[in-house]
Design a binder for this molecule. Structure first.
Ligand code: GLA
Length: 347
């Protein structure tokens, strides 16, 4: 593991970069600001290494663009909560309204801006664990939450693990918000990537505010059907209401089988394939529809649809939808969530 200074936060806290690499040419860098994944280098079909995640070269970049969540850990709750409010054990909790009337990714000053403790570094297993204590009442949520987030670089994958426990009943729905571009972070559009998603259903949104209707709809005969691999761009601009609301894909897909890969994504130029597995019930497939002009790493400019996210999660607004699996974390229970992204070459 190589540790180097990254910078300081606005409040003067020291920020570091931690880099791990293996014999197969995979290399990942993470940082204690936001427990963020800043770089992920993967060999392409010619053996040339490409950095396949979007990010910033400076701490200021992460602070100034915190609403893009590039590579960040999101908590306590990823995605949206309608009217920024929920009820738990008979008490109504009010959260910040940072997305119209709703709460998105738990509001400003989220976990993506916190400086996390480094709990352990395991050099033999290429693994680092960050830890955060989120006080009772933080962002409006009940209970003191202890959250550990680990990144491990294995032979051909990165494994992100979350372990959480709380002093009171609360909700916990963490995710990693990496934007992938398997052609390289500075390679332009992702619409020619090919994608397969093992998801027969998705949760439609009511309107452009993106709160789910509560239904679980079949993808059959809609542009949401990725069960057979297709390019992301194939139907993205169709006049299908769900795509119009979100300006592309920005939807929660219901995963069919948690024991198998739920996604296979291929970079059209690089031949890099990424497969993903998780034990969380859904994935937000987001095609970077709200990106317009962001100055990123190595002076790259990230524009509309130049990165895509596969954010594993409980369904959006699950805390208010009884038919969605609950993100409730009971007092003193310990939960473990895991998402693995595996890299291969397209043959
Ligand atoms: C999530 C949301 C998107 C967008 C991004 C951040 O993926 O679903 O609508 O807000 O985060 O820009």
């Amino acid at each position: 593991m190589n540790q180097e200074k990254f910078g300081v936060t606005k409040t003067g806290e020291a920020v570091f970069l931690y880099t791990f690499e293996n014999e197969n040419g995979l290399k990942m860098t993470v940082s204690n600001i936001g427990a963020v994944l800043t770089n992920l280098w993967v060999p392409d079909k010619e053996g040339t290494v490409r950095d396949v995640v979007l990010g910033f070269d400076t701490v200021e970049g992460y602070e100034a663009n915190d609403d893009l969540y590039l590579g960040s850990t999101i908590g306590r709750n990823a995605n949206r909560i309608a009217n920024a409010c929920f009820e738990l054990d008979g008490v109504v909790y009010q959260l910040a309204k940072n997305d119209g009337e709703n709460n998105l990714h738990s509001g400003k000053a989220g976990y993506q801006l916190r400086v996390w403790d480094v709990k352990t570094v395991d050099e033999i297993n290429n693994k680092i664990t960050f830890s955060l204590i989120s006080p009772d009442g933080d962002q409006g949520y009940p209970g003191e939450l202890t959250l550990d987030v680990s990144y491990q670089l294995t032979e051909n994958s990165i494994v992100i693990t979350y372990q959480g426990s709380s002093s009171k009943d609360t909700i916990l729905n963490p995710t990693n918000h990496s934007y992938f571009n398997l052609n390289g972070h500075n390679s332009g559009t992702i619409i020619n990537h090919r994608l397969q998603l093992q998801a027969s259903h998705f949760t439609p949104m009511k309107d452009s505010q993106a709160i789910p209707t509560g239904e679980i709809l079949s993808v059959e005969q809609t542009p949401m059907d990725f069960r057979v691999e297709k390019t992301i761009g194939e139907e993205i601009d169709q006049a299908y209401s769900q795509l119009v609301y979100a300006k592309g894909y920005d939807h929660n897909f219901v995963l069919d089988n948690l024991t198998k890969d739920f996604a296979r994504l291929t970079g059209d130029q690089s031949g890099i394939v990424m497969e993903a597995t998780t034990n969380l019930p859904g994935v937000q497939f987001y095609t970077g529809n709200f990106m317009s002009h962001t100055l990123g790493k190595e002076a790259a400019v990230y524009r509309f649809r130049e990165g895509l996210c596969l954010e594993t999660q409980y369904f959006p607004n699950a805390v208010n939808e009884s038919q969605f699996k609950t993100p409730l974390l009971k007092k003193e229970e310990v939960v473990n969530y895991q998402t693995r992204y595996t890299f291969k070459i397209d043959k």
